[in-house]
Structure formats: structure tokens, C-alpha cells
Design a binder for this molecule. Sequence first.
Ligand code: HEC
Ligand code: HEC
Length: 499
Amino acid sequence: MDTSLTPPPRRPLLAPALAVLALALAVLGWSIWETRYAWQSGYGNGELPSAAADPRLLTAGDMTTFHKGFKPFGQPADNLPWQYEKLFDDGDGLFDTPFKTASGRDPATSKPGDVATTPEGLGPLYNASGCGNCHFRDGAVAAPYQTGQVMNGIFLRMSVADGKGGYMAPPGYHVQLRDKSSAPGVPPEGQGVIDYVEVPGSFPDGERFSLRRPAYRVLDPGYGPLPEETIYEARSAPRLAGMGLLEALGTETLLALAKAQKNHPDGISGRPNWVIDPESGQRVIGKFSLKANEPHLRAQAAGAAYNDMGMTSPLHPQELCLPNQKECAAAPKNGGPGHTDLSEAQIRALTVYLQLLAVPARRDIDDPAVQRGERLFADAGCAACHVPTLTTDDSHPIRRLRRQTIHPYSDLLLHDMGPGLSGRPDGEASAQEWRTPPLWGQGLTQKSNHHTVFLHDQRARNLQEAILWHDGEAAIARSRFMGMKREDRAALLRFLESI
Ligand code: HEC
Ligand code: HEC
């Protein structure tokens, strides 16, 4: 028999089967990589709208949003992977939810890991029941406009000398006047009231203006009289667009800005605020809050929940009732060992939400007045503190936030703004020092928040008044603005509205 004619044994299915197996393994591997690792870059699939846009519109690199709706400060970065979209949405939900009073429910029956559950445990003493009550649409709610009205959505902080050269909260009170109570029988700490006095002034060219100077007092103090010498200061909620990019700015970047301002001809000398990281215990640079007292967004979110809303969390597990506030301590809590009002998962969702808030794109860049205003902004010396361009560094856990060229118009440093804007000393920051606020997005304040009030306590009724309050290190820049021709002042304001 001629064996050479016998065909080799045939295994017709082996090759396709191997191919299918290889493909299946590749798909499995890719999806594991995608679910475990790739999404952490913060980039989803497809092209970013920013890639096709005029680069002059990009306020925040890949974190710029072109959303045209009524909520410009509350948009997620475009094209997020679904895992981040989910975290963002969970955080968004928590941010906009009014939290509930503690029901005294047995924590064993509650689901602390369930992010979507409306958190319970508001108060007993607090200022507002939801983040969004103050940060209306991720901007700021307007404080009472009329003199003598009770404050809402803006709060008072209070200090007295401690007799040892430092400052402390007035005895019996929290440093932040908590004006609401969530439990019957727990007296609120009191109601903050603003009284305004109009202070007229005029430009060198004769045009007149008036600034309103605020003074503060507390109605119905709930825990004994407040000392005569109490220093009051009101703080308004900042816009939250672009917070993650500020978190991603390197310490070295901010220190280099401070160094570059040494011997500045205008007398500008910004300095960083150094704070203790509540979790690592290390001394780190402060970036957030109006005097840069918070190092990162996780600390800021947990601190806001605790101080503004009375919500405990893994960062602040003890209920905030002072020793003299007996009714506060006795109010119902959703207590139990290890239980906090906000879970770790909820703090994480809030943090990621803040980190991934995009910044609105610039507008009107071809308007000649806007372009002239931009040059005048630099010529007047505004840009020394309101630094137009910075680059984030390479180490943020969300890669989307790394190495972005951004235009926050801030150096995040503390500047002495003169006695007119004086508040109270806070950590290493003096009473007159404030962090340069980022200006990005501010031209959309009216559209988003239906007002145009600015500065730490909203005393400025428009952008021009905000500039006219500048003093101290910014006195020379302010006088340059005052000395401009009327149409140049208008051009500078047009520019501010375009960013
Ligand atoms: C009662 C009003 C109020 C509530 C409620 C509130 N905030 Fe704030 N928020 C403020 C004020 C005022 C500041 C400035 C605080 C300071 O200077 O210490 C601020 C600062 C911040 C900042 C820092 C912004 C910056 O530019 O540095 C972030 C982030 C923030 N809040 C997030 C939150 C989150 C998240 C919640 C809810 C858990 C919340 N806030 C609840 C009023 C509020
Ligand atoms: C020395 C640093 C410095 C200089 C120079 C400076 N600013 Fe400011 N600017 C600040 C600080 C700090 C604040 C916050 C003060 C406060 O809230 O009390 C501020 C606040 C503002 C605000 C209000 C922002 C907000 O969200 O409330 C505007 C607008 C503004 N500056 C524009 C300008 C313009 C225009 C110039 C130039 C004419 C200028 N600034 C020069 C440091 C500076």
C-alpha cells in the first residue's frame, strides 16, 4: 500500500478554535486592564472636543468644557470613562442632596457602603443642609443684599484674642457661627446679620462710585453673650469649577511663584500658607479655602461636611458639639461603633466629583475690547497675582489632571490686601491676607448664579467694585486701574467677563 497518498490526519477545528481562544483571552485581558487600570487615566474613548477647538478658548486644557447651559461651573470633564462618570454622578447626587436629620436609626440596619442613600445626621448644629445650598450650581448663592438682613448661604467666622498672642473662637462658640439646628431643643448659636454703609469715592477723571462696607453682628446668641472685642468675618462659597486642576498644581510651582514675587516693584509678596494634612500629619502647602487653609479636596470636602453641615465622616468621626452645648450632645444620632454620617465611599465620591469639575471655555476672544482689556490687565499689574498661565505637575492620581496648561488667573498665594478687607487671623494667614481667588469662569456668574457679587464676603456688587476694594499689596494695581481712561476701564472689565 502506498502510504504516501494517505492524507495526514485532519483536525479541521483546531486552528479556528485556537484563534477564538486567543481572541477571547485578548478581549478578557483588555477588559480587565480597562476596568482595573486604563480608566484611571481619566480619559474615555473618542476624541475630546478640546482637541478640535481654537486653543485660545481652552481655559483648562483637556478639562475645558464647551457646555452652553445654565450650569457652567458644575459640568464633568468631557469624555470621562464610565467608572469616573459613575463616581462623578454619585458625588453630584450627594452634593445636591439636602441631608436628613438623624433618625436615631440602628446603624446595623443602614447600609454605610451605599453611596446613593441620602445621608442622615445633619447637625445638630449646622449652616446648610446641602453643599449646593451655598455652592448654588457649583458657584455661590448670593447673600442677603439689603442691610440688616439675616445671613443665609454665607457664614460668619469669629475670633477673640486668647491672651497668649494668638486667637481662638469666642468661649462657648464654634469658630464658625452655626446658625441652624436640626433637633428640637438644641439652640442655634445665633443669626449673623450684615449691615452695610455706603462709602462714596471717585475716579481721577471725576466719575463717581460708591462701595458698601459691611459690618457684622450676631442676633440671639444661643450660648451666652459674645465678647465685645469679637472679630467677625463673613465667607462666601467659592466657584468650584477646576478644583482638581488646582489640586494638581505642584508645591514647587507655587513656591517658584512666591520666589518670583520677591522684590517685585509693585510691592507684591505672595506667600504660601503651610498647613497640617489632617490624615498624614505632615506639613504641606495649603491651596483651598479663602485663606488657603486646606491642603486637598478630600480634606476640604470632609471639613465642609463637618463644619458647615454637622456631618461626621472617617476624617472627623466625633460629633461637633462643644462641652457647653449639652443639648447638642444629647440630640439623637445615628451612632454606634465605627458609624459616621458620611461613609468613606461617600467622601470619595464627593472628592472625585470636585476633582473632575471642568472649567468653562473662554468667550468673546475676537472682540477688540476684550483683547485690549487683556493687555491692560497685564499692564496694570493684575497678572502678578492673578497669574494667567500655569502647568499642573506630573503626580496627581488622576492622570487626566496631569501636565495640563491652565489659565486660572491665580497664584494660590496669600497676599496682604490692606485694612479695608481685613477679616480675622486664621492659621498662619493674618487678618488682612487672602488667597488670590481664581478668576476663571467669573464672567458666567450672572448666567449661573443670577448675581454678580464678588470678594470673600460678597461686598462687591460687580467686578469694578471688586477691583476698587483692592489695597495693600494690590494698591498700585488698583491705582493704575483708577487712572485708566473710562473706555479702558470698560475694556478691562470686558476682558474679565470673557474668562
Ligand atoms: C454653609 C455654606 C456651605 C456649605 C453647606 C458648603 N460649603 Fe463649601 N465653602 C463654603 C465657603 C464659605 C467656603 C470658603 C471656606 C473658607 O474660606 O474656609 C467653601 C469652600 C469650599 C471649597 C474650596 C474652594 C476653593 O476655592 O478653595 C470646596 C472644594 C468646597 N467648599 C466644597 C464643599 C462641599 C463638597 C460641600 C458639601 C459637603 C460644601 N462645600 C458645603 C460654603 C459652604
Ligand atoms: C497683590 C495681589 C493682587 C493683585 C495685584 C490684584 N489682585 Fe485681584 N484679588 C486678589 C485677592 C487676594 C483677592 C481676594 C480678596 C478678597 O476676597 O477679599 C482678589 C480678588 C479679585 C476679584 C474678585 C474675585 C472673586 O471671585 O471674588 C477680581 C475680579 C480681581 N481680584 C481682579 C483684579 C484686577 C482686575 C486686578 C488689577 C487691576 C487685580 N485683581 C490685582 C489679589 C490681587
